[in-house]
Write a protein that binds this ligand. Structure first.
Ligand code: AG3
Length: 287
């Protein structure tokens, strides 16, 4: 008799996305959420928070490239970067590839996410051991409300707007993000799915449009988040993601990526019509 296969599924009310598990590596219920790491037949090791896919070894490079390099190649001198969430370390890894970055502070609310990834997903978490990474286990909402530091780039690498991440989608949080961002700073945030969460996108864009002069949304494709097509929100007081993108900096950096390049940077801002129609009135013209 062959053993029945073990599957893990990201479940939504009317659909799901499942992966065949070859090994269950870590499972805990923290103060905030359930945290699981499994090995899968198709996607390598995967991290799930509250049953939602956060990271897969197979495609994490796409998300981490696009959340990091788009703002870091536009900001003229990103020295101090703040990452909120992202305890897996993938965003910090990409941020630290930029030599100008002197310090990358990570504020992750759930220490067990860091622990799970340090034990089982070194491909993302090893960056957290860098001397340029400052890891804080704490609430990002509280951090931006209280810190006296100022940052060049802030990256909100959150889960979905449920559970511990919900306040990261609110106005008060962005008022504080604006306060701790330098004048030529950029904030980029995990922006959910245009297919399934267009109203969440509209509410996020509405909030940032009430606070920042330059507001944009950009997309990329992955193979693990529901629908595969996913967005990031861009906000800045002074910087346009295309107008201020000096693309020769990418070659000059000597860095090579698996998803990001000059063309994917620019193309990401070309929105499909259904998304444009719902958000256009709130978005800034490219300048
Ligand atoms: N951040 C999670 C993005 C949202 C995923 N949503 C979902 N699977 N329903 C991932 C953190 C990577 N550093």
């Amino acid at each position: 008799m062959c053993k029945e296969a073990d599957w893990i599924e990201e479940k939504h009310p009317d659909f799901g996305f499942r992966f065949r598990v070859t090994e269950r590596l870590y499972s805990t219920k923290s103060e905030f959420q359930s945290v699981e790491v499994v090995n899968t037949a198709s996607h390598g090791k995967m991290l799930f928070n509250d049953g939602l896919v956060m990271v897969s070894e197979r495609d994490e490079f796409v998300y981490h490239d696009m959340i990091s390099h788009v703002p870091l190649f536009v900001h003229p001198k990103p020295k101090k970067v703040l990452v909120i969430g992202g305890g897996d370390g993938g965003t910090v890894r990409e941020v630290l590839l930029h030599k100008e970055v002197e310090e990358c502070t990570l504020v992750e609310i759930d220490g067990s996410v860091i622990e799970a990834c340090k034990k089982h997903i070194p491909v993302t978490s090893k960056a957290l051991d860098s001397h340029r990474a400052k890891v804080i286990v704490g609430d990002g909402v509280k951090f931006v409300a209280e810190t006296a530091e100022k940052f060049d780039v802030i990256i909100v690498d959150s889960t979905d707007p449920i559970g511990p991440a919900a306040p990261l989608f609110g106005k008060e949080f962005y008022e504080n993000v604006k306060r701790v961002l330098k004048d030529d700073g950029i904030v980029v945030s995990q922006g959910e799915s245009p297919f399934f969460e267009l109203e969440t996108q509209r509410s996020m864009v509405e909030i940032v449009a009430s606070l920042f002069e330059h507001v944009h949304i950009y997309n990329y494709s992955n193979i693990t988040y529901p629908g595969g097509f996913w967005s990031f929100i861009w906000a800045s007081k002074t910087l346009c993601p295309l107008g201020n993108f000096d693309e020769k900096r990418v070659k000059e950096s000597g860095l090579k990526f698996r998803y990001y390049n000059e063309a994917t940077h620019k193309a990401a801002f070309a929105l499909p019509q259904f998304q444009l129609e719902r958000l256009q009135d709130l978005l800034t013209d490219f300048s």
